[in-house]
Design a protein around this ligand. Structure first.
Ligand code: ADP
Ligand code: MG
Ligand code: ZN
Length: 482
């Protein structure tokens, strides 16, 4: 019988910290795509001899935020070390990182999986600096040092993930937390979050840790997923054929969708780590920890849970409304202005349905909305009070979305007020029935669904403004009498 295998995956995640200045100098952190190369560079980050690095306090604080959110123990003293290697994008000949004593250790992150939830242990969180960027062009190599020295946080998991889906769920949960904490933009296209996947496979149900490979520089969730899936299959085939998986570092060839070998175990680097003599030990005392703890926002999972309990929302609604902090804040701001008798669920429907689809079409985010939460609440209030009907409400929302005008203004200008006057509606119904004797006959002959068509005719005649409940009741009454 063939052995079944299961994957074992551990992730190393590099996240840029969105501070104004770099990790060890006062150069600005600039946009990696739009900024002119080498425009944000000084003697420190370009690795001139005789310069001295100085730690960016805010970067440390951002690191502490993440460590606390991941329930890590923050070390009272951590050490910056030199990781020595030669490469053109690293002008000093070493990268400053943390090795033996990282900023924080032993945390965890709960992820959502098909069977419920799973806890992935976080081994360590440490601070380091980014490298420069090489561009190879017509046989030459160009170096841009704008990125050299940009603060990075590396978050290393234990090998606790056992499927591609779990790896993706972990990566996404981490991205959401980084964005909630406002330490990283989450803008994957700009390379602000990069993954390295460590992968091995083992016979299902065992707990051996077999030889692993490491896939470097995965810049999107898709690349993470594809590369991981590819590698799991490759290793299974090797084992099934009686072979052995070699320990190596792999790259991911995006175009051909396969991994390729970068270096084997034999030529693994010896980085000769040692404490950087230019940097004193980093001390994080209790008072600092307490100050940072006080600034932590409610995190995505807690918010999600609270939205379900407090507002009685479905898992789906709570999920989409809390995926982004700005959206959750918009929802709660609108909720505060909503008349008492309207349920949070109805606000959720307006947002996840009509508003989100308008936002998708226009490719805008909540931050760019012309429509304030108060304005949305007022619109929903008008519908609830019957001043306009539901379908007019949706049309008004479209107009509010594009012009930023208030619902009241749009209703006033367009003469969109709902008409509930029974005499007026009775006249309309009478007219429609008079114009459509065939429809009335088929209703009498038992085809009751024709009433929907007649309803549509009445609403059309009333330019959509008639109170639908009154129209229905009146149609029922007159048809029974016909
Ligand atoms: P290194 O420091 O040499 O990169 P570590 O042992 O610290 O190696 O592990 C790095 C990453 O590899 C961690 O995310 C860890 O969870 C993962 N890992 C370690 N052993 C395995 C294994 N056998 N299979 C899959 N992943 C592993
Ligand atoms: Mg590694
Ligand atoms: Zn600099």
């Amino acid at each position: 019988m063939a052995i079944k295998y299961e994957p074992v995956i551990g992730l190393e995640v590099h996240a840029q910290l969105q501070t104004k200045s770099k990790m060890f100098c006062s150069c600005a952190v600039v946009d990696s795509v739009s900024e002119t190369p080498n425009n944000a560079v000084c003697p420190v980050c370009s690795g001139m001899p005789g310069t001295l690095p100085v730690v960016n306090q805010l970067a440390v604080e951002y690191g502490i935020r993440v460590a606390l959110a991941l329930e890590c123990q923050v070390n009272p003293v951590s050490i910056f070390a030199r990781k020595n290697y030669f490469y053109p994008d690293i002008p000093k000949g070493y990268q400053i990182s943390q090795y033996e004593q990282p900023l924080a250790e032993n945390g965890k992150l709960n992820i959502k999986i098909a069977e419920g939830q799973k806890t992935i242990r976080v081994r360590r969180v440490h601070l380091e600096e980014d490298t420069g960027k090489l561009t190879h062009l017509n046989g030459s190599s160009l170096i841009d040092l704008n990125r050299a020295g940009v603060p990075l946080l590396e978050i290393v998991s234990e090998p606790d993930m056992s499927s591609v889906e779990e790896a993706r769920a972990y990566a996404e949960a981490l991205r959401d937390i980084l964005r909630y904490l406002e330490v990283n933009s989450g803008d994957m296209e700009k390379g602000v979050i990069r993954f390295e996947a460590n992968i091995s496979v083992r016979p299902e149900g065992t707990d051996v840790l077999n030889t692993r490979v490491e896939i470097k520089n995965l810049n999107s969730f898709r690349a993470l997923e594809r590369a991981t899936a590819f590698e799991i299959q490759r290793q299974e085939k090797v084992l099934e054929a009686g072979g052995q998986v070699d320990q190596e570092t792999l790259g991911w060839d995006e175009d051909n969708e396969k991994t390729y070998s970068q270096r084997s175990k034999e030529d693994a680097h010896d980085y000769r780590y040692f404490p950087d003599p230019d940097l004193p030990p980093l001390v994080v005392d209790k008072a600092w920890l307490e100050r940072v703890t006080a600034t932590l926002p409610e995190l995505p999972r807690a918010k999600n849970q609270r939205f379900m309990e407090e507002y009685e929302l479905t898992a789906y609604d709570a999920g989409v409304l809390t995926a982004e902090k700005a959206v959750a804040e918009y929802f709660e701001a609108a909720l505060k202005k909503l008349p008492e008798n309207i349920s949070p669920k109805s606000l959720a429907n307006w947002m996840t349905g009509d508003l989100f689809s308008l936002m998708n079409q226009a490719d805008t985010t909540v931050a760019d909305l012309k429509l304030s939460p108060e304005a949305l609440a007022k619109l929903i209030g008008l519908v609830a009070k019957g001043e306009i009907n539901q379908s007019t409400g949706k049309t008004v929302l479209v107009e509010m979305f594009s012009s930023g005008k208030s619902a009241a203004e749009i209703v006033e200008e367009g003469g969109l007020k709902q008409v509930s006057d029974e005499g007026f509606i009775a006249d309309l119904v009478k007219q429609i029935l008079g114009e459509n004797p065939d429809a009335v006959e088929s209703f009498k002959a038992g085809k009751e669904t024709i009433i929907n068509w007649l309803f549509g005719q009445v609403m059309k005649k009333a330019a959509g403004k008639a109170n639908p409940n009154v129209v229905r009741a009146e149609l029922d009454r007159q048809l029974k009498e016909a």
